[in-house]
Design a protein around this ligand. Structure first.
Ligand code: PLP
Length: 407
């Protein structure tokens, strides 16, 4: 019944939202502890203590609550932007100032802004690399641009250059990259970034205009291995960073992030004039002042990752043992796996829903045979779901006409 309610909405609404609402309705009927809802990328850990302390401190310590809750300038408070610049300088060895940053209401607004700023004419294109965050569809479209999808490298989940290069054209204004990646969790290696930078330098020269690398980085700090997330402007000057504190500081509802460029970007003043204008176009009046004050105090605070790390470990072990094929998540908080035995992702999802397991088929992420599992959930949800994933694997095997094997 509930599954068919979901099926009725398929194709008309965001898969993720529709599935999560269906899971929520089921939880009301049978109890939250009996539903394994892996749909949303909503952090399941509270913000770090420093964030809570900063909020209380700011509210209690001020004699000007009007200012705390008032508008800031469009670009954001000078002191907040300078604190972020200082943090970049410490971490990446740069020489940035507040003028390299504009505060926005989350990465979504940052990406809408950049898409809008890069709209040149009705042929303008922005490229995305599968698998990608489905939020890019409205962001690219809202800017007035066409979205060009680069098919995935399902072996390593790096960039498939054989597919990317032929899709570049004189209309390509920007390429969105997202690392650590939602949904694969993979970090683009330095080698990948160098190769991409060299290609874009060559093509920008050929077309006579910059192709911007738009780095969507809400998961930059959510890394479980010793892999380094390259600082992209060190490899490619025409880079625009869109950052968010939604995931790193568990603040998605507060809507706080920034757009940044390094000093080495071509035509710095023109780029920033474009970004500021576009930010007004997409109604980024200002980022919340209270949370700019919080960020100013918490620029170097590390994310709360203990639960995510635990869930990742349990899932990697279980999925390997059972036999699922998945991208190894070095960062973010998603497990991206292939529907087994050649089953379609939608059919696997249907089987899963019957066991009260909700995972998202990844057609809208540009990767049709795959599914995304968000492990930003309680430890209980992950641990208690493993028998269901074991059973689902056997069911998929039987449904696809293969003999079951004992686990
Ligand atoms: N980019 C990616 C890759 C995301 O996963 C998300 C949210 O899930 C966003 C952007 C949007 O983040 P924000 O809450 O900052 O708008």
């Amino acid at each position: 019944m509930i599954a068919s309610q979901y099926l009725a909405t398929r194709g008309k609404r965001s898969d993720i939202r529709a599935l999560s609402e269906t899971a929520g309705q089921l939880a009301l009927k049978i109890g939250r502890e009996n539903v394994y809802d892996f749909t949303l990328g909503n952090p399941s850990t509270p913000p770090p203590q420093e964030v809570e302390d900063a909020i209380v401190d700011i509210i209690r310590g001020t004699d000007d609550l009007v200012a705390v809750h008032g508008y800031s300038s469009n670009a954001g408070m000078d002191s907040c932007r300078q604190a972020i610049a200082d943090s970049f300088n410490r971490r990446f060895g740069r020489q940035l100032t507040k003028d390299n940053f504009m505060m926005v209401t989350g990465a979504s607004t940052g990406l809408h802004t950049v898409s809008r700023a890069l709209h040149i004419d009705e042929n303008s294109e922005i490229m995305v690399i599968a698998p990608f965050f489905p939020g890019y569809y409205p962001m690219v479209a809202c800017g007035g641009n066409k979205m060009v999808v680069v098919p995935p490298d399902t072996e390593h989940f790096q960039i498939n250059f054989d597919e990317l290069e032929p899709r570049l054209s004189k209309h390509t204004q920007g390429i969105i990259i997202n690392s650590p990646n939602n949904p694969s969790g993979v970090i683009y290696s330095e080698e990948t970034i160098k190769k991409l930078a060299a290609l874009l330098k060559k093509k920008s020269a050929e077309y006579g205009h910059a192709i911007y690398l738009i780095c969507d980085e809400p998961y930059r700090e959510l890394v479980y291995t010793d892999e380094v997330v390259p600082y992209i402007p060190a490899y490619y000057n025409n880079t625009i960073i869109c950052y968010s504190y939604s995931k790193s500081l568990s603040l998605p509802g507060e809507r706080i992030g920034f757009v940044a460029t390094d000093n080495n970007i071509d035509d710095f003043d023109d780029v920033w004039a474009g970004l500021r204008g576009a930010s007004s176009d997409v109604a980024n009046v200002c980022a919340p002042t209270l949370f700019q004050m919080v960020v100013e105090r918490c620029v170097d605070v590390a994310p709360n990752m203990a639960d995510y790390a635990h869930n990742r470990k349990v899932l990697r072990e279980a999925f390997s043992r059972i036999g699922y094929r998945f991208a190894d998540p070095s960062g973010a908080f998603y497990l991206f796996f292939q529907a087994p035995f050649g089953m379609s992702a939608e059919d696997f999802m249907d089987l899963a829903i019957k066991r009260n397991v909700f995972v998202v088929p990844a057609a809208s992420f540009g990767c049709p045979e795959w599914l995304r599992l968000s492990f930003c959930v309680s430890r209980h949800t992950v641990e208690a779901s493993i028998p269901a994933f074991e059973a689902l694997y056997q069911e998929a095997r039987e449904a696809m006409g293969k003999q079951p094997v004992p686990l």
